[in-house]
Design a binder for this molecule. Structure first.
Ligand code: ATP
Ligand code: MG
Length: 1008
């Protein structure tokens, strides 16, 4: 055995995996970015695999940045591995300003000690960034680096990752375009991750198309033989190899340990068999490595293990001194540990690290609680002295002090440090990690006598802060619980304002969970608590919240009264925020009640909301304006408002709401027949994951797009999530009911479609949202007509009568309905026309003229899918008119050859990417029944189809459920010319109408 060698200098096996990943890296260097995940058990060789890849298979000229997730306090330090990678970048770059550009702020917050921006901010207090801006700035740095050379970003040990890092990596992943970037991550798959979100994160990435996964197995006997031979520097004895394989199971690290235990380092001569007393478990083997050392050496190992990461010599010496030991013993211990390959020097740190993290874990695990406490106490003292000793303090340093205090059993001291760590985490948008700090504080609270004093805040504040962090992190129900706990602790008699603010917070949290009606109670309680005089911004705020919620639940009259009371108060205080708040809710009331001034008021609200002193009101005002313009039938205005709001929010922060606006734009784009743009916008929006109610439009847009693609399964899943996001039927229920009804119609299930539309109609009944129900009424009537059609095909008279009765009932209820007066005129006309035409169909007298009118009116109000549908029905009605008597004659297709209506629907649908209405669709049951020779007998009737489902044609790489639909990068659009050529290819031959196809059975279509 070569003296002192414990690691194989030769990289063993894994050739196929290396080739595969090297190929991915080569492609990435050419502008096809990718993510590579390397998984395997502890010690199986993930880090070595990556090291080999970087050393010998990296694309020429590639730059490597590597970061490590922290195993010391796993999951608790936001962006830990990202900061590590950036630290490397800063160390290796000359011109920081040129490198970071505008992203200096984010990097300065993460690494204040290394950046000019961080140090400058340190003096005047750093400027916080929310998660959206943090992500954007960090991405900008990586983009800049990858623009000058291919970039390999290595993130080690994801099983210890924090949520912010995972979310940032997902953000990067879904933003991959043409960057020369590969992200290589390793993780242990035999260990529970630090944050439970890792599982969902992995599942999410797997639905994308740019992921390569490598799972490293243990070594075979032959591979292990190669490893042993390389370590020994001579051919290995087969008996030894077999024994080592049996004991290590093929784990390379375990093998190294067994081998070095078999032959003590430096022993001359050959190697015998592993000692008979070799421990069976890896951990014991690891400990056996350190057990043979002197007591002082074991102590040194324990101190470094307790530090949780590689340590600088100076810090180690300080901790050693605090433990009351002399420097000589430290040096002796270090020397022996290095000689035995337990520790390795780390040059850039001027310190030491365990040769392998597993050894550190084993050393730490075998310490007794008292021993650990003593060591953490020493480290807490050393680090606290440094942090409080002046200079720039990093988030990591503060979090580390807090963790050492916790582990040392100093809950009192930990409280204050946790608070500092939480605040620092919030400054970088690390809301999940901040919530973690607050939760730790809450857990320790009762164990500390004067906790409030030690922490510098009381329990009520702590709960309120925790709730806010949880809300921002998307843990909405926890947030509600914690605000309620805080409310229970406040005495409203002595602290009415505080109680009111908490009620307002609860109101917002409940609203965020999609329950505006439930939020009404806390909103009213807040109003009751804030005194009427003197007039105050707080009073305006709570009244406006109540008014806003009354709008949400469709009570326009009550809302108007509440808002009027709020306006009286606002008039008495010269505060731009109060003016903005009032303008915004006034606009909402006007929108709900169908006032002609709604748009003007919404524009005014936006103007006032953009006043520098108006806080963040502009965000809401953009949404209000979009609603008002939508009600006025101005699609272009809606898109402008949404995109304008999105852009502004991107610059100023509030990414979640920006994503909400973008998703809202998606829904309008779908309605206007622009699904490709909608998919693109949705994809962009979902890079930041809107949570709670803000997720609603994302799901809605996903459902609409999936329906358009004919992917009904994905559409149903998205609608299911809409229901979970907004469990109360108002104000959003009618939208997803309409989406569900439309989906079921195309899926050929008119019963479910009718039920969904009826559910929507019931939800809005007796509210001011009734005026928005034109679409629902049309969908319900359409479903009833489909049901009647089906029943006729089955000769089920009772069902037909029931469907017709339902249709009549709907027509009675909704003919000349008040709601249409509040619709934009052109949309009302189209809906009227559709309702009339559907009624003719339900009565089995489909009228081509009515359908022609419906198509015309739908085109006039820019609803191409609606128009395509009407044209299709028109064609069907024409066919029916020209049908020969049952059993005689052939399909009179030639007679229709000059009728463009027959083609218009399908062709328009194809041009608009409206899946279910594509030209390859078969005719409906009704048309087939009328034309099929021998129709009229049950036996001769094909299984009826009322919708026209094109089988869901999912690309193989396309995920099937929400994240699928949501996160699927949009198709790269085909070049215009190619598209035009395809369109030509598919266009029916002039003069030859499309041939009706053999109908597919319903079940086959559904299961497709
Ligand atoms: N293919 C290989 N050829 C030679 N030696 C290897 C190979 N794979 C792993 N080893 C050795 O096994 C030991 C453990 O490997 P490594 O540190 O890469 O494991 P890991 O999977 O990253 O473990 P952890 O989960 O603890 O991070 C190292 O000393 C390494 O040199
Ligand atoms: Mg490793």
């Amino acid at each position: 055995m070569e003296r002192g060698r414990v690691v194989s200098p030769v990289f063993v096996g894994r050739a196929a995996a290396l080739d595969r990943v090297a190929g991915v890296l080569r492609q990435a260097a050419l502008g096809e970015p990718a993510v590579v995940l390397v998984a395997g058990e502890a010690g199986v060789g993930k880090s070595r695999f990556v090291a080999e890849l970087l050393a010998h298979r990296a694309p020429p000229g590639a730059r490597v940045l590597a970061g490590q997730c922290s195993g010391f306090a796993p999951g608790s330090l936001p962006y830990a591995p990202i900061a590590g990678a950036l630290r490397q970048l800063l160390w290796s770059s000359e011109d920081e300003e040129d490198l970071l550009g505008e992203a200096g702020q984010a990097v300065g917050l993460l690494l204040p000690e290394l950046t000019a921006a961080g140090q400058a901010a340190g003096a005047g207090g750093p400027v916080a960034l929310d998660q959206g801006r943090m992500f954007a700035q960090l991405e900008a740095v990586l983009d800049k680096v990858s623009a000058s050379a291919p970039l390999l970003l290595v993130i080690e040990d994801l099983h210890w990752a924090d949520r912010s890092s995972l979310e940032f990596l997902a953000y990067l992943y879904y933003g991959l375009g043409w960057q020369r970037l590969a992200i290589v991550c390793t993780y242990r798959d035999d260990e529970a991750p630090a944050v439970p979100e890792l599982g969902a994160w992995l599942a999410d990435l797997r639905r994308g198309t740019r992921l390569t996964e490598v799972s490293l197995p243990r070594f075979t006997v032959a591979e292990l033989g190669e490893q042993v031979a390389a370590i020994l520097g001579e051919a290995a004895d087969p008996g030894l190899v077999a024994a080592l394989h049996e004991r290590s199971g093929g784990n390379p690290y375990y093998t190294e340990l067994l081998l070095s235990a078999a032959t003590p380092a430096g022993a001359p001569g050959g190697v015998g068999t592993p000692p008979a007393a070799l421990p069976a478990a890896l951990r014991e083997v690891l400990l056996a490595r350190s057990a043979g050392t002197a007591a002082g050496t074991r102590e040194v190992l324990a101190v470094i293990a307790a530090a949780g990461h590689p340590v600088a010599h100076g810090a180690l010496a300080a901790a050693w001194a605090r433990l009351g030991m002399g420097e000589e013993s430290l040096l002796a211990g270090l020397r022996e540990a290095a000689d035995r390959h337990l520790l390795v020097p780390v040059a850039e740190l001027g310190g030491y690290a365990f040769r392998h993290a597993l050894l550190a874990e084993a050393v730490y695990d075998q310490l007794l609680p008292g021993e650990r406490g003593r060591l953490h106490d020493a480290w807490a003292g050393v680090l606290e002295e440094r942090v409080t000793g002046g200079g720039t303090v990093s988030l990591a340093a503060v979090a580390e002090v807090a963790a050492h205090h916790h582990k040392a059993g100093h809950p009192g001291a930990a409280l204050g440090w946790d608070l500092r760590a939480a605040e620092a985490a919030e400054q970088v948008g690390g809301v999940a990690e901040a919530a973690g700090c607050y939760q730790r504080m809450l857990a320790a609270w009762d164990d500390v006598r004067d906790a409030g004093q030690q922490a510098g805040l009381d329990r009520i504040d702590l709960l309120a802060r925790l709730a806010r962090a949880e809300e921002l992190a998307g843990d909405l129900s926890l947030a509600c619980t914690h605000v309620q706990d805080a409310i229970a602790l406040v005495d409203p008699a002595t602290e009415p304002l505080r109680a009111a603010l908490l009620q307002a917070r609860l109101c917002w949290s409940l609203y965020s969970t999609g329950r505006p009606a439930a939020a009404l109670g806390p909103a009213a309680a807040a109003v009751a608590l804030v005194p009427e005089s003197p007039p105050s911004l707080a009073r305006v705020g709570v009244l406006a919240s109540l008014g806003g919620l009354q709008v949400m639940v469709g009570r326009g009259g009550r809302a108007a009264a509440t808002v009027a009371a709020a306006a009286v108060v606002a008039d008495q205080i010269p505060d731009p925020q109060a003016a903005a708040i009032i303008a915004e809710v006034q606009a909402r009331v006007a929108w709900l009640t169908g006032s002609p001034d709604a748009v003007a008021l919404a524009r005014r609200a936006l103007r006032l909301g953009q006043h520098p002193g108006a806080g963040n009101r502009a965000m809401m005002a953009f949404n209000g304006l979009a609603d008002a313009l939508d009600a006025a039938g101005n699609d272009r205005g809606v898109l402008q408002a949404c995109y304008g709001g999105y852009e502004q929010i991107r610059r100023r922060g509030g990414a979640n709401f920006g994503a909400f606006l973008l998703c809202r734009a998606c829904c309008t784009l779908v309605a206007c027949g622009r699904p490709a743009e909608a998919a693109e916008a949705l994809h962009t929006a979902l890079r930041v994951r809107p949570s709670g109610i803000l997720e609603l439009y994302a799901q809605l847009a996903a459902a609409l797009l999936a329906t358009g693609r004919g992917d009904f399964e994905a559409g149903r899943a998205a609608i299911g999530r809409c229901r979970r996001v907004a469990p109360e039927p108002l104000p959003y229920g009618w939208w997803y009911c309409a989406a569900a009804a439309e989906l079921e119609l195309w899926a050929g299930d008119p019963e479910r479609a009718f039920a969904a539309a009826a559910e929507g109609l019931a939800a809005v009944d007796r509210t001011d949202y009734r005026r928005h129900t034109g679409t629902l009424a049309w969908l319900a009537l359409r479903a009833a007509a489909d049901r009647a059609d089906l029943a006729r095909a089955r000769h089920d008279t009772a069902a037909e009568d029931q469907a017709r009765a339902d249709a009549d009932q709907l027509t009675r209820t909704w003919s000349d309905p008040p709601w249409l007066t509040a619709e934009p005129e052109n949309r009302a006309r189209a809906l009227h026309a559709l309702l009339d035409a559907e009624q003719s169909r339900a009565a089995d007298q489909p009228d081509p003229q009515l359908w022609a009118r419906a198509a015309r009116c739908s085109r006039a109000c820019h609803r191409p899918h609606q128009a395509a549908y009407a044209s299709w029905r028109q064609a069907e009605a024409l066919l029916a008119q020209h049908a020969p008597p049952p059993g005689r004659g052939r399909l009179p297709a030639n007679r229709l050859r000059h009728r463009p209506q027959y083609r218009r629907g399908p062709v328009a649908a194809r041009d608009r990417d409206a899946g279910p209405l594509r030209p390859d669709r078969p005719p409906t049951a009704a048309a087939r029944r009328r034309h099929s020779p021998g129709s009229g007998g049950a036996a001769g009737v094909d299984p009826p189809r009322t919708g026209n489902p094109r089988p869901a044609r999912r690309r193989p790489d396309q995920p099937a459920d929400r994240r699928t639909a949501l996160h699927q990068p949009p198709h790269r659009s085909r070049p215009r010319l190619q598209r035009a050529a395809q369109t030509r290819r598919h266009r029916p031959h002039p003069g030859r109408p499309p041939r009706p196809q053999t109908p597919r059975p319903v079940t086959a279509a559904r299961s497709a």
